[in-house]
Design a protein around this ligand. Structure first.
Ligand SMILES: *Cc1c(COP(=O)(O)O)cnc(C)c1O
Length: 418
């Protein structure tokens, strides 16, 4: 293979992948087409676009050139067939699940997942007649045992939050393949820099771009990437058969765009797509720094006797350290948790932090802190809390890209006040 034919590294794809200057002006930043609709000179032309005989934009809920620019870049990062951008990570997850499952169907999900996703699966889906079988996130046999005739997908996150458990994605992909069930991986917390779900056998990758992909805490967004690995002619998904006839392996993307996302209406705003596209360019360097900083902070906390327990997949004592090491190419993300003696101590500690911001988000350039039990996990039952690894003594961090010494001194000072 000549050097020029070698596939580009992901760090280069972040800058150059699916990325060309705009044709009419040469503008190098993704242009913002802040337009609801797109005009045609004749009724015949618009008819042809509606009928799918001619390519063209119609209405920004279904498609928009700024969104397509972002979708192409995200598809490249996941080495996918294509992508559909959504208004949020939750809009992306809802569209995939409601597109694949209906009344009387089942889905299987790990139990250590994002709170909003858990609530969607446990409440709204149930009211729609879709049962979610929750299994221990890292228990591969439990997923296999749960698969039935009406199972429409297996859903997992690459790292539980705040439990920070790490399921073996390749092993799960095998289980899904054996039974010909779609395997959906939420890759928000790890990003394609740590893990590409497709490489491990996943069929669909989902991101909340609100987190690391955007990285600057300024735009909610989500994306669905079809990895191009699933045979959409499968009778298990008969709702796609008309799309399969027309679009072949592009069936799921066409179905999502032209039916599910169109009808659910959770479309991304072009301005947010623009902000996200800027964020993507620095994702490589940001993830490097996030991971290096988190490793240093974890090392500091693990030695600190004021802290009861530190959880970080990069620490050799973490129960899934070996899986994480294999799966994330020697990096372990930005999330870490620690335990203090009581809720009161956690609050004192959080209030004593000068730079870490106390808020409900992760993946920002800034170091973020939150007390899960009193915030995003407050609606969980006692049993659900245990499954999610949440207790009153737990504090979660998303380590930012500041200088590690300054993060550590902030922690050190705040711990001294507890
Ligand atoms: C934040 C998050 C979501 C939801 O994304 P929004 O953009 O907030 O809707 C889904 N999954 C994971 C893992 C997340 O962290």
């Amino acid at each position: 293979m000549r050097a020029t034919e070698r596939p580009l590294h992901l760090e280069t794809q972040l800058i150059h992948g699916a990325y060309e200057p705009e044709q009419t002006t040469g503008a190098t930043a993704l242009p913002i087409f802040q337009s609801t609709s797109f005009a045609y000179k004749t009724a015949e032309e618009l008819e042809a676009v509606f009928a799918g005989r001619e390519a063209g934009y119609v209405y920004s809920r279904i498609g928009n050139p700024t969104l397509v620019g972002l979708e192409r870049r995200l598809a490249v990062l996941e080495d996918g067939l294509g992508a559909v951008a959504c208004a949020s990570g939750m809009a992306a997850i809802s569209a995939v699940v409601l597109g694949l499952a209906g009344q009387g169907d089942e889905i299987i999900s790990g139990n250590s997942i994002f709170g909003g996703t858990y609530s969607l699966f446990a409440n709204l889906l149930q009211r729609c007649g879709i049962q979610t079988v929750f299994v221990e996130s890292t228990d591969i046999d439990a997923y296999r045992d749960a698969i039935g005739k009406r199972t429409k997908l297996i859903f997992v996150e690459t790292m539980g939050n705040p439990k920070l458990d790490v399921p073996d994605i390749a092993a799960l992909a095998k289980v899904a393949k054996e039974k010909n069930v779609v395997f959906v991986v939420d890759n928000t917390v790890t990003t394609p820099l740590l893990l590409q779900p497709k490489k491990l056998g996943a069929d669909i990758a989902i991101h909340s771009t609100s987190k690391f992909i955007n990285g600057h805490g300024n735009a909610i967004g989500g994306v669905i990437v079809d990895c191009g690995t699933f045979d959409w002619s499968s009778p298990r998904y008969s709702q796609l058969s008309a799309f399969y006839k027309r679009a072949g392996n592009m069936a799921f993307l066409a179905y999502l765009r032209n039916q599910i996302c169109r009808d659910l209406g959770g479309c991304l705003s072009p301005f947010n797509a623009f902000l996200i596209s800027i964020g993507i360019e620095s994702l490589g360097v940001r993830m490097e720094r996030h991971c290096a900083n988190a490793m240093r902070v974890a090392g500091f906390l693990a030695k600190d006797r004021r802290v009861h327990e530190v959880r970080y997949p990069g620490l050799s004592g973490h129960p899934n350290h070996a899986v994480a090491q294999r799966q994330f190419a020697g990096r372990y993300g930005a999330l870490l948790t620690l335990k203090l003696e009581s809720k009161a101590q956690c609050f004192k500690f959080i209030n004593g932090l000068k730079r870490a911001q106390n808020l409900a988000n992760l993946g920002d350039t800034k170091t973020l802190v939150i007390h899960p039990a009193s915030t995003f996990c407050r609606d969980l039952t006692e049993e659900q809390r245990r499954a999610a690894g949440v207790s009153d003594e737990l504090v979660r961090f998303s380590i930012g890209i500041e200088h590690a010494d300054d993060i550590i001194s902030d922690f050190d000072n705040a711990l001294a006040q507890v």
